[in-house]
Design a protein around this ligand. Structure first.
Ligand code: 5GP
Ligand code: ZN
Length: 110
């Protein structure tokens, strides 16, 4: 755990956040400021600062984040209507929290 990292605290259960899914490596919870009817964050328990900090040994966690996105899209019933899986990378790319997270966004009205 990284000291003073909000998502380290959330992902490791220190903030009493409701998880929609949890495995040994990742958790999923709702974004506090949703940009769509469904807006989830898929977050590794281990601190990784951003996409730019990934190394070859992180391939498995990245794959698990994406397959978790697919699973949660189905659980939230947006898999057929469609959704976005999005990484904001660094400040210019809109990253505000510097602990890796994948946004799952969907559920817009047809
Ligand atoms: P970023 O812009 O870094 O890609 O996304 C960070 C996201 O985290 C934002 O969409 C923001 O609303 C969300 N967020 C920030 N603080 C909290 C929090 O304490 N709890 C939850 N559930 N989401 C948060
Ligand atoms: Zn962290």
């Amino acid at each position: 755990m990284e000291k003073d990292c909000l998502f380290c605290k959330i992902a490791n259960g220190r903030m009493n956040t409701d998880f929609l899914f949890e495995s040994d490596n990742v958790v999923v919870f709702r974004d506090i400021n949703p940009h769509a009817p469904v807006h989830l964050l898929i977050v590794p328990k281990r601190h990784i600062r951003s996409i730019n900090d990934l190394t070859d040994k992180d391939d498995a966690i990245l794959a698990e984040m994406i397959t978790t996105g697919r699973r949660l899209a189905k659980q939230e019933n947006v898999n057929v209507s469609g959704y976005k899986l999005l990484f904001n990378v660094e400040k210019g790319g809109g990253q505000v929290i510097f602990h890796l997270h994948l946004h799952l966004i969907g559920g817009w009205k047809k």
